[in-house]
Design a protein around this ligand. Sequence first.
Ligand code: SF4
Length: 542
Amino acid sequence: MAQTRIAPPAAKPEGQWAFDPERTPLNGNEQLKQADDGLHVRERIETVYALQGFDSIPADDLRGRMRWWGLYTQRKPGIDGGKTATLEPHELDDSYFMLRVRCDGGTLTLRQLRVVADISREFGRDTADITDRQNIQLHWIRVEDVPEIWRRLEDVGLTTLEACGDVPRVILGSPVAGVAADEIIDGTPAIEEIRRRYIGDPAFSNLPRKFKTAVSGSPHQDVAHEINDVAFVGVVHPELGPGFDLWVGGALSTNPMLGKRLGAFVTLEQVPDVWVGVVSIFRDYGYRRLRTRARLKFLLADWGPDLFREVLEREYLGYALSDGPAPPPPPTGHRDHVGVHPQKDGRFYVGAAPTVGRVSGPLLATLADLVEAAGSDRVQLTTEQKLVVLDVAADRVDALVAGIEGLGLRVRTASTFRRGTIACTGIEFCKLAIVETKARATGLVDELERRLPTFEQPITINVNGCPNSCARIQTADIGLKGALAQGEEGYQVHLGGGLGLTSGLGKTLRGLRVPSSELPDYVERVTRRFDEQRTEGELFAQ
Ligand code: SF4
């Protein structure tokens, strides 16, 4: 690494490691991470907590380091959302865990799918959710069962390593990488290389906060690249051919910012080196004083793209990247892969829509049987909480579609509402939630299908249980954020956000809180008004 450092940007110390050789921790989270690496908690789980039970877990591990291995305590049932902010963390803790399984690139083989299904059935009360970051989340997990669950997952190449915590999280990838007929470039080798080299590397297990990555060579820009800390977006360079456009500093939550282009072209081979350069900047220069300012977006906002690129090239890469073009806008408003589509090899991929990502162990087990009968070995998860079966021969498509639809998932019959609605975990399991989300969103989809059966325009409805925006409040046509309305459960509304063709943050309708009981009426009204007033080809956010 080069010796020159840029000058600290602020008079007040931001806790940046680059300027603090002593690495003085300036808040409780930083103290916790300095006291012991989160990666080390695995040994204690296996040798102490799994044997001695939930009550043997000290608070720092329970609510801190266990995240480094994908484990969060889930919310004690029956505590209403009005009490979320008033109770101490231990009062919200149930003695069960949510377990997040990372599926880098969204990929699950048939064998992996079966193992996840079995774990859900045996240890997770049949629960399983597909998240909007291509993970699988299981619930009701007991610490006593965690070592056996890890054994089974790792036996088939899955892991919960760094699925949560201040680390590089799951790497998003196009669900149809390597098979889509219109693909610009297949990013899979880069995803695999980053994962092989750096996931679990102690050099990156103490970042200022979480670090999110997306790599997609799809012209449909199908991984929500705009809201990742670093994203590699497929593009064709006029002289160098297919590669990636580099984006940095996207993230939502309470200070939403879309990622910025650095104007740099990255070849497939360069992706892992550029990735490690960006994550190293975050580790060394990222703000650690205030947790609310610790995401990479704040550093990028202060530096700007030009300085960020200069530091990346000068201090970390040691060479200059080529300038490159911006990716063209995606061709359509849909980015969800639902339906039956031809692959470049003559076979087909079949995209299916569960409602708001909710599936179950038994459903996944039956799905695995259907996938096997269709001659496929691969199921992909999407950032829209959907799934895609790859590599299906033409003469097996109809049987597979019928089987999947028999499970209650939709392929050819998915309404625009089922395709476009996602929801975060919400009050059912999440300790930060103020309101219910999954069941509420499912009811909303059912109602909208009944009331607006002919509405076909692409529309996104993102339902969140609190301001943290795990389900992307600000980038939906209709973003719903859990809030209390005169003591009653309800939602604050953001309208007109989007990604891809309509990329931009939605506007908050200040002062408006829609009570849960009125949600279908409100969304129906907004949707009808859009339908009546739109011009030919106009999308909701335009
Ligand atoms: Fe929990 Fe809030 Fe995230 Fe929903 S948005 S999963 S309620 S933290």
